[in-house]
Design a protein around this ligand. Sequence first.
Ligand code: AMP
Length: 116
Amino acid sequence: MTERDPNCLFCRIVVGEIPSDRLLEDDRVVVFRDVNPQAPTHVLAIPRAHIGSLADLDDDDGELLAALFGALRRVAEDGGITDYRVISNVGAGAGQSVFHLHIHLLAGRPMSWPPG
Ligand code: AMP
């Protein structure tokens, strides 16, 4: 984990160099709307620190994970959203395109399974 990678899109969103539609933030986490939504509600929860993906977490990162999922739970509660899907793509082969850890929350349409 590094605090910031100046070439990382989401690090630049964290510091406000790139605008974002933020729903919630605290000292560890920022939640903002996905610029290319795949559902009526599509938000991303990211750590402020630069972490490439879930694969880069350590065993002692439980508090950060709790903060990320807790932030998404609060966004859902605040939006009256009861049915939703959370996803984190790890690696290009799984669909990851931004290499700064993010958890997607999608809601507002029927979800099929398995995902493509
Ligand atoms: P993934 O493909 O799982 O790495 O997800 C990356 C997500 O970031 C995609 O859903 C993109 O639409 C989203 N995204 C890319 N650039 C921005 C941006 N500037 N603001 C908000 N979301 C973005």
